[in-house]
Write a new protein. Sequence first.
Length: 299
Amino acid sequence: MLAYSPISSRSIPARSERSDTVLAVAAKTAPSSKTADRSPDGDTGPDWSFARRPFWIFSHFFALSVVSLFLVLGLWQLSRLGERQDLNALIEARTAEVTELTAAPDGGPDGADLDYRLVAATVTYVDPDFVQIANRSQGGVAGRHVVAIAELADGSAIAVNRGFVPSNAEVALEPVPSGETTVSGWLRATVPQGRFGATDTGEGDVLPRLDTQRIADRLDRPLPAVWLQLAPAETEGLATFPDPVALPPLDEGPHRSYAVQWFIFAALGVLFYGALVWRRASGAKSVFATPVAPDFDED
């Protein structure tokens, strides 16, 4: 015969007590209001709160400054491209026809009105090597420009840039023709001292730039605000030096490619920094991962 031991009613929890326990555990494991907008798969989305921290605010300003600098440099190169195109158009227009030069030209106070004008003139050289212009270069070689003084048909004087002479070798200058001779070339505007340019002491025969007023002071004779740059044909077959100074090439230079380069750098900066911030924001969402509720066994 089986014996039964009495069981206390306290050892078996009541149904209501078990229900209260389950509800309490479920309340502890329920998602908070911060994760109420979680998607069905438990993803809370990027957390952008870090972007307002002082370090990241400084980072935003730094990245913005770098990208802005790239954009400004790109726009600057486009501006230089426009200036180069305008210069090419000016040279083409002013060299389309040859102007006969018989008297001192009037190109305005700075000579800009006649800059790059193609001219031909009958001149008589007064001094074939009056002054030299220092710190010039041609073909990657450092040297000087030789400037002569010539008289036009009406007796007025004009400065003539005969060409380039290297400074690393002793060379003999080809003598100029005696008497009247016909030359051709381009009128170029005088080059006054700029804000940061070297200062002309007013002494000696070497100048930092071809400033016709400074040459006139040494000559003690008036000169126009333009000088004549001899065309290459004038020195061909005469001597190696002075080597004629050609006009700048009529191309656009590297400005367009430089502008594209700076704009690419700006775009890469935006993409890189955007990816960095997005990665930081996406990585911060793991703190809101959905907790796993315990599995209660009814047994």
